[in-house]
Design a protein around this ligand. Structure first.
Ligand code: NI
Length: 166
């Protein structure tokens, strides 16, 4: 396994749309393992391939307290949503930035696991929020897109300043 480099906003690759995974070969299993290791090490509760500049529809999450319940999700599609929940989100591509975002409180999902088997999942609360956040990454959408352009510009300047210092 290997740690991957997470791109930081406003890196242009964060705006790319990921493509569906058609062949579930060994390299996908390896990518998923590396993504999980990178997410746990960060530490974070979710990571999408787009954040490493990889244009594939794959994301990993683990919203359990014990960090022992990894979920690998390929080619996800939301089939239904319900409710609304406001949560203070962060993102590994936005170190130190948190903002309140409103999303569906429950979602039903169709996806493929790392072996390509079709699966369905019904989740709510933090897990639902996290999956919606990561699915946004796969279409080049970021949590700051839900904020005003004034707030977004302020965040961009803050992160550009951070990156210049590194
Ligand atoms: Ni994120």
């Amino acid at each position: 396994m290997a740690l991957l480099h997470i791109l930081k906003y406003p890196h242009p690759a964060l705006r790319k749309k990921a493509k569906p995974i058609l062949v579930f070969e060994n390299s996908i299993t390896q990518l998923a393992a590396n993504m999980l290791e990178t997410m746990y090490q960060a530490p974070g509760i979710g990571l999408a391939a787009t954040q490493m500049g990889i244009e594939k529809q794959i994301l990993v999450i683990d919203t359990s307290d014990a960090k022992d319940n990894p979920l690998i999700i390929c080619n996800p599609k939301i089939v239904s949503k319900a409710g609304e929940m406001i949560y203070e989100e962060g993102c590994l591509s936005f170190p130190g930035i948190y903002a309140q975002v409103s999303r569906a409180q429950q979602i039903s999902l169709e996806y493929q696991d790392v072996e390509g088997n079709h699966q369905t999942l019904e989740v709510e609360d933090l897990t639902a929020i996290c999956i919606q956040h990561e699915m946004d990454h796969l279409i080049g959408k970021l949590f700051v897109d839900y904020l005003s352009s004034l707030k977004r510009n302020r965040i961009r300047k803050q992160l550009e300043k951070q990156q210049r210092k590194q």
